[in-house]
Design a protein. Structure first.
Length: 701
C-alpha cells in the first residue's frame, strides 16, 4: 500500500453561459487545476464521471433545466459527493434570493458552497482549494475502503483454506468469526469456553496426560487472560470411535488491556494419535513375542546347556547389533567419524600395550602419533559441535593473521588435490586480531576443505587478508579473511541454510554438516561476522570479519611459549575423573611440583585448610556438589591472590572467559596437550613469584 491514492480527481468542470465568466475562470484556475468549461448545467452534466473533482456553476447556468445534472450526480457511487461552488448573480440581492438560487440545484448536490459576486480572486481560489482537498479526501477514503475490502477478502480466503480450524469469540465464548474446518471439527459447536454443557463430548488432556476439567479448556483459560497452547482433546463421535484434536487459544485485548474475547485454533492430530496407538500396540505385541521367545529359550537351556549358551550369546550379539545400528542411524556422520577416531586411539594403545608386554619398542612412536592424531580429530569434532552452538570456551589472544595463514600453507597444500592451485593474497599491513588461534586455523581448514570438494576437477583457491580501517581511529578497523574458490557454487535457495547445523550439500556420508556451522559460531562468538557470496558455476567466497587488535611484540609471544620446570611448588589438584586426575598428577609431579589431589570441592577445602603453603589451585569446573568456580571463590577468600587454573570439557557459564574468570584465574579447555598444561602452570606460578618479589621492601645499600 502506498501513501498516494489509487485514483485522483482529474477535472474541474465550469458551467458559465457568459463567455467572459468562462474565460476569467479558466485563466484564474487553469494553471493549477484541469479546467473544462461548458455553457450550461445540462452540457456540463454529460462530462461528469467518477474522476470529476469539482463543479463551479454560475447562477446563470441554472436558468435552464437541471434534471440532467441531478441524474449525473445521482449516478455517482455511494462514496462520491462532488463539491459544487455556486457563484450567485453579481447584482445586489437579498439572502432570500441567494437561497432561491441554491434551490435551483438538484437535491443530489449535497456539498454546495455559495459565493456571492463580486468576490476577490483570493476568496475564490481559497474556496476552490478547500473543495478540491475535500474531494481528494473522498478519494483517499475510497482507497481505504477498497483496501479494507481486499484485506477482508484475503483474510476470508485464508480462513477458508487454512488447514486448521480457527475461531474468534467474544468475551462470553460466543463465536464471532469461524472457518469451515472449525465448524467441521466442532460439529457446529464450540469446544467449551464458558459453556460447560457443551463439554460432554470433549475430553481434554494436559502435557502429562492428566484429564482436564472444562474450566481448564484453552478457550476458557484464554477468556480469563491465560494463553493456552498445545492441549490435546479426544472427541467421542458417538459410534464408538474417537477423534483427536490439538487446541490452542490466546486472549484478545481491548484498548484498555481488558479481555474482549479469544482466538482459538484446532489442529487435527487424529492420524498422529492413531499412529502412536498403533506403535504402542506393536511394541506391546513385540514385547509379548520377545517374552514368549525368551521362555522357549529358557526351556531349551534346561535341556541343552551348551546350545542355550550359544543361543544366548547370539541373542546378545543381536541386541548389541541392533543398539549400534540405532545409534548409527541417530548420530549419522558424527557417530561414523567418532568411531573411526576412537578406533585409531584404542587400536594404537592396544598395540603399544602388547608390544611393551613383549618388550618391543620398535614402531611405538608411530603408533603414539596415530593415537594422538585420532584423539586430536575427535577433540576437533567436539569443538565443532560446541562452535556452531556458540558454547565453546575460546582462548582469545592477539595474533598476526598473515603469520597464521602462512603456517597453514603446507597443511593446506597437502590437503588439496594436485589439480587445485593455492594462492595467498596477504595484506601488506600485517593485520592483527584477538581470537583463538586454534579455532581460527580450524575455520580456515574447514573452508579450504569445502572449497576442495566444490572443485573435484581442479581450480583456484585464494586466501586473502585485508585491513579495513575505521574513521574512528587507527586501531578501530576490522580484518577480513576471505577464502575464495572457482568451484561449482551454491544455489541461491540453499545459500541461507548452509550455516545451519547438520545441513550439507554434499552426498550422504561425505559430510556431517558442521563445517560452516562451526565457522559461523566461531565468528559470532569472536565478535565478528561471517558472509557468504556464491552462485552456481561461479564459485564461492566466504569472508570472516573480525575486529582489529593491538599488535603484540614477538618477544612477548616467545615468552608465552617457554616451558619452565617446577621448583617443588605445592599445587592442589581437584578432579573427579580418576583417569584424568592420575594423568595430570603424574605430569605435574614429573615437572617437579608437589601435588596434593582431591576428588571434590569439600575434600579440596579440607586439604587447603590444613596445608597453608599451597601456591596454585588446579580444578575441574564440573565437580560433584560444589563446582570449581564456587571452590575458587572460597579458596581466594581464604588466601587472596592465589592463582586458580580451571580445566573444563564443557561449562556453559565459561563460554565467555571474560565474564567467567575472576582475578588471577585462567582456563584450559579439555582435551589439551600435556605440554600446554605444563606451560600454563609454569606461567601462572612465575607471575605469582614476580608479584611476591615486587611486594617485598627494597634493600638499602
Amino acid at each position: 500500500m502506498t501513501d498516494e491514492p489509487r485514483f485522483q480527481p482529474t477535472t474541474l468542470l465550469v458551467a458559465a453561459p457568459f463567455k467572459g465568466d468562462a474565460v476569467c475562470l479558466s485563466r484564474l484556475l487553469g494553471d493549477k487545476y484541469p479546467v473544462q468549461t461548458y455553457e450550461d448545467a445540462s452540457t456540463l452534466a454529460s462530462a461528469i464521471d467518477s474522476q470529476t473533482g469539482l463543479l463551479i456553476l454560475t447562477e446563470e447556468a441554472l436558468q435552464r433545466n437541471t434534471g440532467a445534472l441531478g441524474t449525473a450526480l445521482d449516478e455517482q457511487p455511494a462514496w462520491s459527493e462532488i463539491p459544487v461552488i455556486l457563484l450567485s448573480s453579481n447584482q445586489r440581492r437579498s439572502g432570500r434570493d441567494t437561497e432561491l438560487a441554491r434551490r435551483r440545484l438538484p437535491d443530489s448536490a449535497g456539498h454546495v458552497v455559495v459565493l456571492e459576486r463580486p468576490l476577490s480572486s483570493a476568496s475564490l481560489l481559497s474556496a476552490v482549494a478547500a473543495a478540491w482537498r475535500s474531494r481528494q479526501r473522498q478519494f483517499e477514503m475510497r482507497d481505504r475502503l477498497v483496501e479494507l475490502a481486499e484485506e477482508r477478502g484475503r483474510l476470508q480466503t485464508l480462513l477458508e483454506n487454512i488447514p486448521v480450524g480457527v475461531c474468534f469469540m467474544d468475551d462470553q465464548g460466543q463465536p464471532l468469526v469461524t472457518n469451515p474446518l472449525y465448524v467441521q471439527y466442532t460439529s457446529g459447536g464450540v469446544i467449551p469456553s464458558r459453556q460447560p454443557d457443551r463439554a460432554a463430548a470433549w475430553t481434554g488432556y494436559d502435557a502429562h496426560g492428566n484429564r482436564l476439567e472444562p474450566q481448564m479448556f484453552p478457550a476458557a483459560r484464554a477468556l480469563r487472560g491465560e494463553p493456552a497452547t498445545g492441549i490435546d482433546f479426544c472427541h467421542d463421535q458417538g459410534d464408538g470411535s474417537q477423534s483427536w484434536m490439538r487446541v490452542s487459544a490466546v486472549p484478545l485485548y481491548g484498548g484498555s488491556r481488558q479481555v474482549i474475547g479469544a482466538a482459538a485454533v484446532i489442529v487435527d492430530i487424529n492420524e498422529e494419535k492413531l499412529a502412536e496407538l498403533s506403535l504402542r500396540r506393536f511394541n506391546e505385541e513385540l514385547e509379548i513375542q520377545v517374552q514368549a521367545r525368551t521362555r522357549e529359550l529358557n526351556a531349551v537351556v534346561q535341556q541343552l546347556r551348551t546350545e542355550s549358551e550359544e543361543r544366548a550369546r547370539a541373542e546378545e550379539q543381536l541386541r548389541q547389533s541392533l543398539k549400534m545400528e540405532a545409534v548409527g542411524q541417530l548420530t549419522g556422520g558424527i557417530a561414523h567419524d567418532f568411531n573411526n577416531m576412537l578406533t585409531g586411539v584404542i587400536s594404537a594403545l592396544d598395540l603399544i600395550k602388547l608390544r611393551i608386554a613383549n618388550q618391543r619398542t620398535d614402531g611405538v612412536d608411530r603408533l603414539m602419533d596415530a593415537a594422538l592424531s585420532s584423539a586430536g580429530r575427535a577433540a576437533s569434532l567436539t569443538q565443532r559441535l560446541l562452535a556452531f552452538s556458540r558454547r565453546q570456551s575460546l582462548d582469545a589472544k592477539p595474533l598476526e593473521v598473515n603469520r597464521l595463514v602462512l603456517t597453514l600453507r603446507d597443511l593446506l597444500e597437502r590437503t588439496l588435490t594436485e589439480q587445485i592451485v593455492l594462492r595467498l593474497d596477504l595484506s601488506a599491513e600485517e593485520p592483527w586480531v584477538c581470537a583463538d588461534a586454534n579455532q581460527l586455523e580450524n575455520a580456515l581448514l574447514n573452508l579450504a576443505l569445502n572449497a576442495r570438494d566444490a572443485m573435484p576437477h581442479g581450480g583456484n583457491l585464494t586466501i586473502s587478508t585485508r585491513l579495513q580501517r575505521s574513521a574512528v581511529g587507527a586501531d578501530a578497523g576490522e580484518v577480513c579473511i576471505e577464502v575464495r574458490d572457482s568451484g561449482c557454487g551454491i544455489a541461491q535457495n540453499l545459500l541461507s541454510r548452509v550455516t545451519e547445523p547438520f545441513f550439507t550439500t554434499k552426498p550422504i556420508g561425505q559430510g556431517t554438516g558442521l563445517g560452516l556451522s562451526m565457522v559461523y559460531g566461531f565468528a559470532r562468538q569472536s565478535s565478528g561476522v561471517l558472509t557468504i557470496d556464491s552462485a552456481p558455476n561461479a564459485g564461492t567466497s566466504v569472508s570472516i570479519r573480525l575486529p582489529q587488535a593491538v599488535q603484540v611484540s614477538s618477544a612477548a609471544q616467545a615468552a608465552q611459549e617457554l616451558l619452565v620446570p617446577g621448583k617443588g611448588q605445592p599445587i592442589l589438584l581437584v578432579e573427579d575423573d580418576d583417569s584424568v586426575r592420575l594423568i595430570n598428577q603424574e605430569l605435574l609431579q614429573e615437572l617437579g611440583y608437589q601435588v596434593v589431589v582431591a576428588r571434590d570441592g569439600e575434600e579440596a577445602l579440607d586439604y587447603f585448610r590444613r596445608l597453608e603453603d599451597i601456591e596454585l589451585l588446579v580444578t575441574d569446573v564440573g565437580l560433584p556438589g560444589m563446582n570449581g568456580r564456587q571452590l575458587a571463590e572460597v579458596v581466594q577468600q581464604l588466601k587472596p591472590q592465589l592463582p586458580v587454573l580451571f580445566l573444563t570439557g564443557y561449562a556453559e557459564g565459561a563460554m565467555s572467559r571474560a565474564d567467567f574468570l575472576g582475578p588471577n584465574m585462567q582456563l584450559l579447555t579439555k582435551p589439551f596437550a600435556l605440554d600446554v598444561l605444563a606451560t600454563r602452570v609454569a606461567d601462572m606460578l612465575g607471575a605469582t613469584d614476580q608479584a611476591k618479589a615486587a611486594s617485598r621492601p627494597g634493600r638499602l645499600n
